[in-house]
Design a protein around this ligand. Structure first.
Ligand SMILES: Cc1cc2nc3c(=O)[nH]c(=O)nc-3n(C[C@H](O)[C@H](O)[C@H](O)COP(=O)(O)OP(=O)(O)OC[C@H]3O[C@@H](n4cnc5c(N)ncnc54)[C@H](O)[C@@H]3O)c2cc1C
Length: 497
């Protein structure tokens, strides 16, 4: 275990091959920027600051970097992404371009999904019904999101989804966002970029992120417990290894950690606006139950994505033969996933084998050579999967992006309006926070002060709406919705029998 002192900091800075500013500031023991958390957002911020020749210290609570994007190479003899695996929206994902320079093998995900009806594949007509139900639900949520007040996605769903309702609810809710539709803002859902096109990294998404962090020094096993802005012009971070000084700070700890109170912000705490934002963006639940299934007993293809025509919320998704290996992932999420994960790894493994057995009629239990399950809700430095705004809470993403006391910038997946819940979104938010700090360091005038609590408080009209049980009015202009027909055609193309 490395200890945090001036010597290790100097050594780390030297590894950066960065501009003289790094060394000059390091000698005084102070840095321009303290970064809390070495996940995608923290790494992206650090790279930006390094490229600009600014000094920084990257503080990471856990023994490793990567956060929720980590590839496990020891549990199986193939890479197992314990968190993020899909390179979502590769066209707009900042990591796609960067990946090209790493030499890692990135390839497009198959463009489709299968649906099981009991022990058989869905027929073409059934697939069409399912997809039409998915498309109609998307459209209904988009329409609801354009209304004056927000509502839950569940409220916005069409009433006539019939026997496809549980499958649609799972695909759009727990599987897509880590929360059940009842807990999900229609506006937040509608703003998010479509994630049905993806790519994979054969060596693992976590391996890709780690490659992008090459040469960036991080102080691991150094949790920040307190942040103090009382000193004029400085910000002080307290860790079990001592205190550090910076001019600015970028905080990338997950919403789960921020909500837990593990980090104390001054005596006064965070402003109410930020506290409310954190509360509205609470993390959902998403876990992988990973099975080593040699010999392809399910008879599926490489990276086949499979859903079932579920009858209730006790369902999952399957990603088979990951990158052509024997690794298969059963994905559990939302309220059911949370309850299951709380029962422990053994219960998760039992569910996965029983579920697969019901769908494929195979004695999966006998075929499974090894099982591992993630439990992100219990991970002390994450405390959940990813953020999804509660009904009426879409405003919270912007609020989280506002600097606090002119020195603290929040970044991370939750601080992105369209790519929330993704590595790409976390990366962009880290870069954005670093850009903002760089502007301040270059002497640019302070941005408009954060709104006071009074300004942030609901207007009388909003209060009346809330009293009537309605959610807070939306504060951002809506992105142009994609024409529904185009969406439907793309979806239909992506389904295979
Ligand atoms: C099971 C699962 C599957 C997912 N699948 C996908 C997917 O397929 N594609 C996709 O794009 N996204 C996916 N995601 C979401 C994606 O992983 C996250 O959005 C992204 O990795 C978040 O990055 P971040 O930097 O915002 O936060 P994090 O990765 O959580 O990084 C924050 C870091 O801060 C550290 N930290 C916390 N508290 C402190 C403290 N007090 N002091 C110092 N350090 C601290 C943490 O240890 C962590 O390393 C998935 C997530 C999960 C859990």
């Amino acid at each position: 275990m490395k200890s945090l002192n001036r010597r290790t900091f100097l050594a780390g800075s030297a590894a950066l091959l960065a501009a003289p500013a790094v060394r000059a500031n390091a000698q005084s023991g102070d840095v321009d920027v303290l970064i809390v958390g070495a996940g995608a957002a923290g790494i992206a911020a650090a790279r930006k600051l390094a490229a600009a020749g600014r000094s920084f210290t990257l503080l990471e609570a856990s023994p490793r970097i990567g956060g929720r994007c980590i590839t496990d190479t020891t549990s199986f003899n193939v890479p197992f992404d314990r968190g993020a695996h899909w390179i979502h929206a590769p066209d707009v994902n900042p990591l796609t371009k960067l990946a090209q320079r790493t030499g890692l093998d990135i390839y497009p995900a198959p463009s489709g999904q299968r649906v099981r009806v009991g022990r058989r594949n869905a027929r073409e007509s059934e697939l069409e019904d399912y997809l039409a139900a998915v498309v109609r639900s998307h459209r209904a949520i988009d329409t609801a999101a354009r209304g004056k007040t927000d509502m839950s996605c569940a409220q916005a769903l069409p009433n006539d989804l019939g026997e496809w309702r549980p499958a649609v609810e799972f695909a759009l809710g727990p599987y897509g966002t880590s929360k059940d539709l009842t807990e999900l803002s229609a506006q937040d859902f509608s703003k998010s970029v479509e994630r049905d096109v993806g790519a994979f990294c054969r060596q693992g998404y976590g391996a890709l992120l780690a490659r992008l962090a090459d040469g960036i020094p991080a102080e691991t096993e150094t949790p920040v417990t307190e942040i103090d802005t009382a000193q004029r012009g400085r910000i002080v971070a307290t860790t079990p290894r001592g205190s550090l000084n910076g001019s600015y700070m970028i905080v990338t700890a997950s919403i789960g950690v921020l909500a837990s109170g593990k980090i104390k912000f001054d005596r006064a705490g965070l402003p109410k606006r930020q506290l409310d934002a954190i509360d509205r963006l609470k993390l959902g639940s998403f876990d992988h139950i990973a099975l080593d299934l040699p010999g392809n007993p399910l008879g599926l293809q490489r990276d086949d994505l499979v859903f079932e025509k579920a009858t209730d919320r006790r369902t999952a998704a399957l990603l088979a033969n990951v990158s052509g290996t024997s690794l298969t992932l059963v994905e559990v999420a939302g309220r059911f996933g949370r309850e299951l994960a709380a029962r422990g790894e053994a219960a998760m493994g039992d569910f996965a084998t029983e579920w697969l057995g019901n769908l494929f009629g195979t004695d999966v239990k006998r075929a499974v050579k090894r099982t591992r399950a993630t439990q992100w809700n219990a991970d002390p430095w994450t405390l959940g999967a990813f953020s999804a705004a509660a009904p009426g809470g879409q405003w919270a993403r912007r609020a989280l992006m506002e600097p606090v006391r002119d020195r603290i910038y929040f970044a991370g997946e939750a601080a992105h309006e369209t790519l929330w819940g993704t590595v790409g979104g976390a990366w962009e938010s880290g870069e954005r926070a670093a850009d903002a700090v760089l502007r301040r360091l270059a002497g640019a005038p302070a941005p408009p002060p954060p709104r006071t609590e009074q300004e942030a408080a609901p207007t009388p009209q909003q209060r009346r709406q809330q009293q009537r049980g309605k959610a807070q009015a939306k504060q951002q202009p809506e992105p142009k919705p994609q024409p529904a027909k185009q969406k439907q055609q793309r979806k239909l193309r992506r389904v295979r029998e």
